[in-house]
Structures are given as structure tokens and as C-alpha cells.
Design a protein around this ligand. Sequence first.
Ligand code: PLP
Length: 375
Amino acid sequence: MSVKSEFSNWKFSSFLENNSNKFNKHEILNILAKEDMDEAYQTISGWDNYLPTPLILLNKLSKELNIKKIFYKDESKRFHLKSFKALGGAYAVEKITKGNKEITVSTATAGNHGRSVAWGSKKLGLKCKIFISEYVSEFRAKIMRSFGADVIRVKGNYDNSLKECIKQSRQNSWQIVQDVAWQDYKLVPKLTMSGYSVMMKEISEQLNNQQISHVVLQAGVGGMAAAMVAGIARYLNYVPKIIIVEPESAACVLESIKTGKIEKISIEKESLMGGMSCDEVSLVPWEILKNSVSHCITVSDDYIAKTVKSLANCEFSNEKIIGGECSTPGIISLVGLCNDTEIRKKINLNEESNVLIFGCEGDADEELYQKLINL
Ligand SMILES: Cc1ncc(COP(=O)(O)O)c(C=O)c1O
């Protein structure tokens, strides 16, 4: 592979420096407490078949980009659910219901969160109602049904599915287990974030005292990214540069960082990265991200298929990696940053850098994955 020749025309869409960047460990751990993250790790590491997911070196890519090391956290191996979301929803179901079989659990989802909630409910023998928009693939719906959930399709986008979920849950006294926070609904989203933080606990051990200089975090509503920031505050004794990557069509974190307050954006076209196609950063994540993020970057969908194929064909690493659409933006943004000499220099991305990126999902949507691989 020659990244220089094959990828040299890759560009990011936009880039923003956060003028309010001031990482404050104490403030972050006030929002997502050390004890909550520790409890999540204790619980989840006790689940059947728990294993830390691999931290893979993208040695071929780092050589081409002239970066010391690129660490790729491979969440395709997270239980059998194929995404990091397995850590959040299922954990929140367990904590909030305490296994009370009288409780019916409900949620709205782009796919992976619902799969986790359905799986967690099934483990505890609870009834589960999942609301999905018209954009969620039937493949993803089928998997949730296979965990015994009732899947309800709602006309319109994710917002519509969430509104319908809230409405029906109020009418029927179902317990909503949502990964998005709003005023008066923060406990459950915090539980999901505590679950996600297990990734950073594992990474801190897998790094074996090597220091990370940059971390690139995908964001939809920002829950995963903020949980990783909290994990950095909890498990690392230094602070890498924290870069948020979003689809160019759904840059709700970037737009909020730009103005210093939560901005709701309008999505003209849904990104292929369905899990990240969100129009508003969630409240709790925002409190963590607003001062800890150093830069925001957006990427187009154009490079997704090529990245999925390169991961699968061992072009980035010695081993084959199954990475779905949401696993690609870390790599795409990194290549884009390396192609921009000025910004590369500005953010100190060089031959001494150790970069951490997240392969958030595997072929969680097998049909879409096959389509991308065969493009
Ligand atoms: C599959 C998937 N869903 C959702 C998200 C977004 O997570 P959040 O909405 O917590 O930002 C990601 C990560 O970017 C992802 O990979």
C-alpha cells in the first residue's frame, strides 16, 4: 500500500480549534464520577464472556503517515454485539431496573444502542420496546427482535422515534433507557457513559506505559466521546490532545464548540455513519466536552468504503480488521490531517506522535458492510 499515492488527495471537510480548551480533571470527574466508572468496570468485567477488546497497531498506516504509532481499539469484538454500545445500554438496564421483572424497558435507537438495551433486557428476562426511525435498516431491526424486543418503526428521523418512545413510555409506564440526556433525565445517560468508560480502563492497561499524544473520538450525541474524556481523567495521568470527529452533514459538536453553547443543527442528508448522524449534542456530554476538546474535525462519506476495505485487506495493519462505517472516521480524519502540512504542524502531529483511534463497530449492519466492501 502506498498511502501517499492512494490517499494523498483525502481531505477533511472542516477543522476548528476550541478557544475554550482547558482540560479540568476535577470538573470532569464531578460530572462522571470515578466511583461510577469503577462500579461499571466491576459489573461489566463480571459478565459472562467478558474480555477486553484488542488494541491493534495500525503499523502500516503509521509508517505511511510518518507517525510513531496508531492504536486502534477494535470494538467489533465487544461481546457478540459488535460495537462499544454493548457496554452502555445493557449496563444501564441492569442498574436502573435491578432485574425487576415487572419493568418494561424502552428506548429509541439508530441501532447499536437498541441492540445493547435489548440484549441487557433479555439477560434479565425483561420485556423491551425499541423505537426506530425509517432510516434504521431492517437488518438492525431483525437483530433486536432476535433478542426478544418488540421493534416499533416510526415515520421520520431519530428525533421522531425518540418522541414516540417518550410518549408511549409515559402512557404505559415503561422505563426509558436512553443514551441521550435532557433536562431532568441525566441518570441513565450517565450510566451508559460509565459503561463506555470501560474501554478507557482497558486501553490504559493495554498501553503498557506508552503515552498517547492525540486521541480522535467519534461523536454522534457525544456520549462515547465524553465517556472517553472522563476515562482519560480517571485512568491516565496526562492529557493527550482530544480531537472530535463528526460527519460533515451532522457536525453538532463542532457547531456548539464554535459558539460555546449547544447548537441544534439541521441535517440535510443522513450520513452513511448512521450512529453519528445526530443533530444535537447531549447535555451531560456537552458539559464534559466543551472545555476538554482541543479540536473538531468533520469528514465526508466519500472515503468510508475505501477505509472499510483497507481495514479488511490488511492495508493498515498486519491483521484483518472488520470495521463498519462508524469505525472509519478516525482513520479518515487522521489521513486528512496528515495531508494538510500547516494543520499537521499546528497540532504537533509528527513522527513522535502516538495516536489513539476507535474502531467503534464491526459489521454490526452486515448488509451495509457487504455493500461497502463490494463497492
Ligand atoms: C456505532 C456508533 N454509534 C454511535 C456513535 C456515537 O456515539 P454517541 O452518540 O454517544 O456520540 C458511534 C461513535 O461515534 C458509533 O460508532
